[in-house]
Ligand binder design. Structure first.
Ligand code: URA
Length: 442
């Protein structure tokens, strides 16, 4: 087989066999196929798509590029959650300790920032000393000891996804249902879980902007998970405005810690509790999602979830003093206010623009080997529906870069639409997909 034959076949809309997909993915992983051919292949898949069978093959090949962890000696039903990516989506950092405190083991393998969205790994690594590159042995030890572990793909876990993910990030080939599905499910199926909750984002700041596409993605992910023998629940949630107030790695850790200490950031905590409730139910500790939500709220109020997070940080080498004393963290060189030029209501906050501005500020990558500035990012002061007056702060942004301030200020200011009319607040959790089918979430 020749790589260019496979690229051409996909470019022309052909269906690839398992052998062809395996040849291409494994060839890329062992260096026989260079970045430029993989980039062309990814772009062909982006435009031509893959059917469900090809997507399943791609998932399988990526899954089998590394180890499949066996966690059968860890007692309990192991449950993870994965989001398809959003702006300000720090749910994993809050939810994982909540669910683990409820007695459900959470082995979590996350990704880095992708496109305009942040990644849980980059956020966790903003905590000084926090290690996300544990060996499989260490991964198993941590989950056995504290019921929770949060790492990234190593060379051992879905290494094909690790390498392809980094390339997709910088070749505008992220927004593809087969590529996203295989990426997410290869990691999730490798980590040793029994059940999975999926948060499929929809809207401006999501990879799938239209609801119909998000539904297709959710159904693809759900079906792959089920076919591989896992219990799965998928939700479709709104990503038109950023989730919560903070966007940027350390800034999101700060907001997460505040929520774990009991701060109610309504949109962020609503999504967190629904997903946590579903995980607690799948983990066998509640009879319904509603009961799971109550348990989740209880472990936040009691402080158990915060304690569990401290345990996680400590166990994975992080310096807990930065969590206990959030002000200890270094400050960015610049902190710039964006103020409203109008009176009225915040009608819209364009999550995609906010995500792109956070990249410009240094919070994400524009090239594979870019180094992230963990301090950089944005804190919104207003959310959709809030009243605002001329001169009031809409957001504050943080950066060490001198040459991005003008552009960031202009773009962030334009990301806010102010109107004299009070807008309808979008429904946050729209749809649930489980073994009973697709339904509106009430
Ligand atoms: N999350 C992933 O792990 N992979 C994607 O492709 C998108 C979101």
């Amino acid at each position: 087989m020749l790589p260019q034959e496979i690229i051409r076949k996909k470019r022309d809309g052909g269906k690839l066999s398992k052998d062809e997909i395996s040849f291409f993915v494994n060839g890329y992983l062992d260096g026989r196929i260079p970045d430029y051919q993989m980039s062309a292949f990814l772009m062909a898949v982006y435009f031509r798509g893959m059917d469900f069978e090809e997507t399943t093959y791609l998932t399988e090949v990526m899954l089998n590029s590394g180890h499949i962890v066996d966690l059968s000696d860890v007692p309990g039903i192991k449950v993870d959650k994965h989001s398809t990516g959003g702006v300000g989506d720090k749910v994993s950092i809050i939810l994982a300790p909540i669910v683990a405190s409820a007695g459900v083991p959470v082995p979590m393998i996350s990704g880095r920032g992708l496109g305009h969205t942040g990644g849980t790994l980059d956020k966790l690594e903003s905590i000084p000393g926090f290690k996300t590159n544990l060996s499989i042995e260490e991964y198993k030890r941590v989950i056995s000891e504290i019921g929770l572990v949060m790492i990234g793909q190593t060379q051992e876990i879905a290494p094909a996804d690790k390498k392809i993910y980094a390339l997709r990030d910088v070749t505008a080939t992220v927004e593809s249902i087969p590529l996203i599905s295989a990426s997410i499910m290869s990691k999730k199926l490798a980590e040793g879980i029994d059940a999975l909750v999926l948060d499929v984002k929809t809207g401006r700041g999501a990879f799938m902007k239209e609801y119909e596409k998000s539904l297709e993605l959710a159904q693809t992910l759900f079906t792959i998970g089920k076919n591989f023998g896992k219990k799965v629940i998928a939700f479709i949630t709104d990503m038109n405005q950023p989730l919560g107030y903070a966007v940027g790695n350390w800034l999101e850790v700060v907001e997460s810690v505040q929520c774990l200490r009991g701060l109610d950031v309504p949109d962020l905590m609503y999504v967190t509790y629904v997903l946590a409730g579903a995980m607690i139910m799948l983990g066998g500790k509640a009879n319904s999602i509603e009961e799971g939500i109550k348990i989740a709220q209880k472990v936040v109020l009691s402080g158990e979830a915060y304690e569990k997070f401290l345990q996680l940080v400590e166990r994975q080498g992080g310096d807990v003093s930065y969590i206990e004393n959030l002000e200890k963290y270094p400050m960015s060189k610049h902190s710039i206010e964006v103020k409203s030029m109008f009176d009225g209501y915040v009608y819209e906050i364009d999550a995609l623009e906010v995500g792109i501005v956070s990249l410009i500020l240094g919070a994400g990558r524009t090239k594979v080997d870019d180094v992230i500035d963990p301090k950089a990012g944005i804190v919104l002061r207003k959310k959709v529906g809030d009243k605002v007056e001329v001169g009031e702060q809409l957001a504050v942004f943080y950066t060490d870069k001198d040459d991005v301030i003008k552009e960031a200020k202009e773009r962030l200011s334009k990301a806010f639409k102010i109107s004299s009319e009070k807008p309808q607040i979008p429904k946050l959790v729209k749809t649930i997909i489980d073994s009973e089918g697709v339904r509106e979430w009430k």
